[in-house]
Design a protein around this ligand. Structure first.
Ligand code: CDP
Ligand code: CDP
Length: 224
């Protein structure tokens, strides 16, 4: 079974996807981490974020790898663990420019489909239900108010020990800016698939969201 979870920044996609996958013993794939890794590679090689050819070459040369270390999904650029680096506000501010590049998307989508393979999978991102896994049996589109998403992001950075001087209002602006870019790009923009179930998580706990998604998956599994 394939489960696609899409939605705007900080709607809770990766948190609930990870927990749901663990409960069901499904493989979890964080596609945002891939675009973030491409952005780290561009920055570390001092490449302009719009220079598609140079970024593609650098990705090939460096290599992006996902490894499970003590049950945690770690992201590597070559031998370097960039799991924390990919979450910094600097990378968040530039990732939408890199993810809008046609060649980068083509490369990542092909990798994502390969990773999904034939196993039970939960994949989260922006275009999973519309483009990457259009035949996914369950499609979820998570939303939440911009303000609560900004509060969640700020807390998330603190919990990860990532320093940020930004106020919640500044983070809300950053998030809105990124959502605008992600929704308005030419290739596979952020969009609810017509057959996706929309869940507004503004006033929901993580457990409530997970339970709602688990119920949808179980309902679907009964019909298969
Ligand atoms: O965690 P957060 O919602 O902040 O973002 P993410 O899921 O880590 O994704 C980071 C960025 O990667 C997004 O803002 C998009 O620009 C891009 N992305 C994408 O274009 N397509 C995907 N399937 C996943 C992420
Ligand atoms: O992956 P995405 O950017 O959509 O969001 P996330 O990184 O999973 O969630 C951002 C933060 O919101 C995390 O710290 C979650 O613990 C928190 N969260 C929450 O407080 N309530 C929810 N219903 C979902 C997530």
């Amino acid at each position: 079974m394939q489960v696609a979870i899409d939605g705007p920044a900080s709607a809770g996609k990766s948190t609930v996807a990870k927990i749901t996958a663990k409960k069901l013993s499904f493989v979890y794939i964080d596609t945002g981490a891939m675009y973030r890794a491409c952005t780290v590679i561009a920055r570390d090689n001092k490449i302009d974020y719009g220079d598609e050819d140079a970024i593609l070459k650098a990705i090939d040369k460096t290599g992006i790898e996902f490894k499970a270390v003590n049950g945690e999904q770690k992201v590597y650029a070559g031998n370097k663990d960039i799991s924390l680096e990919i979450r910094t506000p600097e990378i968040s501010a530039n990732v939408s420019q890199v993810s809008a590049l046609a060649g980068v998307r083509k490369k990542m989508v092909s990798l994502q489909r390969k990773m999904a393979g034939q196993t039970n999978v939960i994949m989260d991102g922006r275009d999973i239900g519309t483009t990457v896994l259009p035949n996914a049996e369950v499609k979820i589109f998570l939303v939440a108010s911009a303000h609560s998403r900004a509060q969640r992001r700020l807390l998330d950075l603190k919990q990860r020990g990532i320093h940020s001087d930004k106020t919640v209002d500044e983070i809300e602006k950053d998030i809105a800016n990124r959502d605008y870019k992600d929704s308005h790009r030419k290739i596979s923009p952020l969009k609810k698939a017509s057959d996706a179930i929309k869940i507004d998580t503004t006033n929901m706990t993580i457990d409530q969201v997970v339970d709602t998604i688990l119920k949808k998956i179980k309902e679907k599994a009964k019909k298969l």
